[in-house]
Write a protein that binds this ligand. Structure first.
Ligand code: SF4
Ligand code: SF4
Length: 182
């Protein structure tokens, strides 16, 4: 019969030799492979003490951006939630009052905005769907937690503060530049 692959092996039901029965050659062969790895370059790091460099376009924890005047860019349009394949984003919209003029750029804003980091697959579609350049993925790592509830990130975690902006210039910088021109 024609072989299906070149890797197929004919099984032979022959008696095992003495050395095969005591496994010693196989054990020494395994130890030699283990020893050879001691002298090879390590591929692992002592995380979290040592962290590797991430790509500039690494897709990690999201940030909700503010504009140059410190107002939240998000207008709670919901497009990111619709685009999200993991249904990880939820929000509630509210209308901006006169007192809120300094806080929100548009007449409508997100009173609540939540991302379930356990659902998120970091695909970046929310970022692409956003017409306001309000949401970006960053090179920050989502921190481990010991309970599921802590992985629901609200605005307190997602929105950047006025004093410490999250640098996303290496990600989709052209979108911000285009907007600045318009
Ligand atoms: S990165 Fe993808 S999965 Fe995560 S919130 Fe955005 S659209 Fe949803
Ligand atoms: S982050 Fe962008 S897409 Fe999502 S609700 Fe806000 S403005 Fe709309």
């Amino acid at each position: 019969m024609e072989k299906l692959t070149q890797r197929s092996k004919q099984v032979v039901n022959k008696e095992m030799t003495f050395s095969e029965r005591i496994y010693l050659p196989a054990i020494f062969k395994g130890l030699a492979i283990t020893l050879s790895h001691l002298f090879k370059k390590k591929v692992s790091l002592n995380y979290p003490e040592v962290k590797r460099d991430y790509s500039a376009v690494y897709r990690g924890q999201h940030v909700l951006k503010r504009d140059d005047e410190g107002r939240e860019r998000c207008t709670a349009c919901g497009l990111c939630a619709v685009a999200c394949p993991a249904e990880a984003i939820t929000m509630e919209a509210a209308e901006r009052s006169k007192e809120d003029l300094m806080n929100y750029r548009e007449e409508k804003y997100a009173a609540t905005y939540e991302i379930n980091m356990l659902r998120c697959i970091f695909c970046g579609l929310c970022e692409e769907a956003c017409p306001k350049q309000a949401i970006f993925l960053t090179d920050r790592i989502v921190q481990p937690e010991d309970n599921r509830g802590s992985f629901i990130y609200g605005k307190d975690i997602l929105v950047e503060t006025r004093d410490s902006r999250v640098d996303i210039t290496k990600r989709q910088v052209w979108t911000l530049n285009e907007e600045a021109k318009s």
